[in-house]
Design a protein around this ligand. Structure first.
Ligand SMILES: [Mg+2]
Length: 255
């Protein structure tokens, strides 16, 4: 095992599965904490605020503060503020996304917004979609928090954030700029927040197409853990390669 000076850690499928704790995850986080290695929890889920994510993690027994959480919602707001340099947006999303934009001082409006931002919104309506489409056709920049097609739940695969953004994309003929994993945008901001150079960081996750591809595109080594979405068979048939792979995170501590 190489000595990494910082870790970026995915949540769902890596540390927990819905409401279920994943085997070896607590030991792994305790091991990281004991060594004093800095880490960030890095999630594409834009619905929760950092404090809400940290609270969920603490309920499982993980060491977590809001400052250790970085979400696609935070990255989208940072991108709109720092890269697009605009001060108003029409945001389709839940509390985590709305708060991230408020935290950046961006005005939330349906009247001539400079940007349209589409995240996961379980109260998505035709009316919201209509406002988004009209704004984009009037020249607003179009941002999607993440391209995830589906949202895994106990009841099956629900429509993911990317499916909502792509509906707006289809209606307008304009593709959204996606921010979350595997895009380099969220990785750049996460590295800034972590304060460790990419070659010293390990990205840990269960999804080859998001977590591992994100690392590969951003010059970050990756650890694929087979406790979530990607199976060994899927990994063998993919052109994306993780630097390391383990059955569960306990195995990483022992290597
Ligand atoms: Mg995951």
């Amino acid at each position: 095992m190489r000595d990494y000076q910082g870790y970026l850690i995915d949540l769902d499928g890596t540390l927990f599965r819905g409401t279920e704790l994943i085997e070896g995850a607590l030991e792994f986080m305790e091991w990281l904490n004991k060594q004093g290695i800095p880490y960030l929890y890095l999630t594409n889920n834009s619905t929760r605020t950092p404090e809400q994510v940290a609270e969920k993690l603490r309920k499982f027994g993980f060491p977590a503060t809001a400052a250790q959480v970085y979400t696609s919602a935070m990255a989208a707001a940072q991108y709109v503020k720092e890269e697009l340099k605009v001060s108003s947006a029409f945001v389709i999303g839940e509390e985590g996304l709305l708060q991230a934009f408020q935290d950046q001082g961006i005005e939330l409006t349906a009247e001539r917004p400079a940007a349209v931002v589409s995240g996961l919104d379980r109260s998505f309506t035709y009316d919201k979609m209509k406002t988004a489409c009209l704004s984009i056709r009037a020249g607003a920049a179009f941002i999607g928090t993440n391209a995830d097609r589906a949202l895994p739940t106990e009841a099956g695969l629900f429509p993911g954030s990317g499916s909502l953004a792509m509906a707006i994309g289809y209606a307008t003929g304009i593709e959204p700029t996606f921010i979350g994993k595997p895009e380099p945008i969220i990785m750049r901001y996460a590295l800034q927040a972590l304060g460790v150079p990419p070659e010293r960081v390990l990205m840990v996750g269960d999804n080859l197409e998001t977590d591992i591809l994100a690392g590969a595109r951003s010059g970050i080594d990756t650890l694929l853990v087979y406790t979530g979405i990607t199976t060994r068979e899927m990994a063998q048939n993919s052109s994306v390669r993780a630097t390391f792979e383990v059955t569960d995170l306990r195995e990483w501590i022992k290597t």
